[in-house]
Design a binder for this molecule. Structure first.
Ligand code: NDP
Length: 327
């Protein structure tokens, strides 16, 4: 049997991409074979497809950091033929072959059974970005964020940011969206933001170790000077969930916000997130009532369209979530 995949290889001029047919004998070792129905486009997929960050060590390679589909073969008791499953993280799409394929063979440990009410399409409208945003919100809540509190979301027009707005909005938080694309204001408000600010207002390195106490929590997709700025404006005992580096991986700050305001810098890693927490995060998303909003703002593209979109997501030009149909 053959399957279709987006295959990366290393050429003289860098990484090349093509849609091709592969034979089942080329699939890697694994306990479960999944007929992939959907994957999605994430910032890391843009990095992998552009050969940035040395994330891929072996070519040829199939990218796609997440996937959702139906089990067609399983040697693991936890999964049976016909089960609908989702996979995010575990370095799939980087170290292991990923979701830009109609078939994948993976470790059973990496899979989560999809809650009944979530389709494989909608699971990928959520995808790694939406999963990470809910992980971040849960972390903030465990550190004291309570309904009605002010929640800043940076990188708001992107996949992680727009998901965070949805989860925050349906969760009853007063969400402020920070974006470089103010033309998206109406859409960000429709997702759940009560206020939209220009990211330029928080993008410069802070000039003082503390500024006025503004945010009860923050989900940050940007990092760099934006994150340094947020740390100076968190309220006493508030937390920021550091999720991303779209604006830079540096962090030039002082310890003053930690010592004088007791603020918390929470690291969010969706890739190696333990299995029991994954099920908890999927259950929280199902219970949130926000999935249809996320789905409503997602765009679905064909597998071959991803090739042109990879540089666009790195340039910050992709809006919201992009679902990839694997047929
Ligand atoms: P997107 O490209 O969809 O979103 C990133 C957003 O950040 C952009 O849409 C833009 O929003 C903003 N942005 C882009 N460039 C800059 C810049 N130079 N300065 C300030 N803001 C900028 O990516 P994702 O949502 O998929 O991922 C966001 C980040 O989160 C990435 O760094 C990614 O690697 C990381 N991530 C981390 C995970 C984890 O496990 N910790 C999991 C998933 C993602 P706007 O136009 O609104 O300003």
């Amino acid at each position: 049997m053959t399957f279709k995949a987006l295959l990366l290889d290393q050429g003289d001029g860098g990484v090349t991409s093509q849609i091709t047919q592969l034979d089942d004998s080329q699939l890697p070792d694994g306990d479960v074979t999944v007929e992939v129905e959907y994957s999605s486009l994430n910032y890391k997929d843009g990095m992998v497809m552009s050969g940035i960050g040395r994330l891929v060590r072996e070519y040829p390679h199939i990218p796609g950091v997440d996937l959702a589909g139906t089990v067609s073969e399983s040697s693991d008791d936890r999964f049976a033929v016909g089960d609908r499953v989702v996979l995010t993280g575990w370095r799939v799409g980087e170290v292991w072959w990923g979701g830009y394929s109609t078939r994948a063979k993976v470790k059973a440990d990496w899979l989560v059974k999809l809650p009944d009410s979530i389709s494989t399409h909608d699971a990928m409208a959520i995808g790694t970005a939406g999963f990470t945003a809910m992980q971040a919100l849960i972390a903030l809540e465990r550190h004291g964020l309570a309904a009605g509190d002010s929640l800043l979301v940076t990188g708001a027009s992107g996949g992680l940011g727009s998901s965070a707005i949805v989860w925050g909005g349906v969760g009853g938080y007063a969400v402020t969206a920070s974006t470089g694309r103010l033309e998206n204001t109406d859409e960000l408000k429709a997702l759940g933001a009560s206020e939209v600010i220009d990211r330029a207002t928080i993008a410069e390195a802070p000039t003082r170790p503390l500024s006025s106490e503004t945010w009860a929590g923050c989900i940050d997709a940007v990092g760099g000077d934006t994150l340094a700025n947020v740390l100076t404006t968190l309220r006493s005992r508030a937390s920021v969930a550091a999720c991303g580096l779209a604006g830079g991986n540096g962090l030039n700050t002082t310890v003053i916000p930690f010592l004088l305001r007791g603020v918390n810098l929470l690291g969010i890693d969706s890739v190696m997130c333990p299995a029991d927490h994954r099920s908890e995060v999927w259950a929280a998303m199902e219970a949130s009532g926000g999935i249809s909003k996320l789905v409503g703002m997602s765009t679905t593209v064909a597998l071959d369209e991803v090739i042109a979109l990879a540089p666009e997501i790195l340039a910050g030009n992709v809006k919201g979530r992009t679902v990839v149909e694997c047929v």
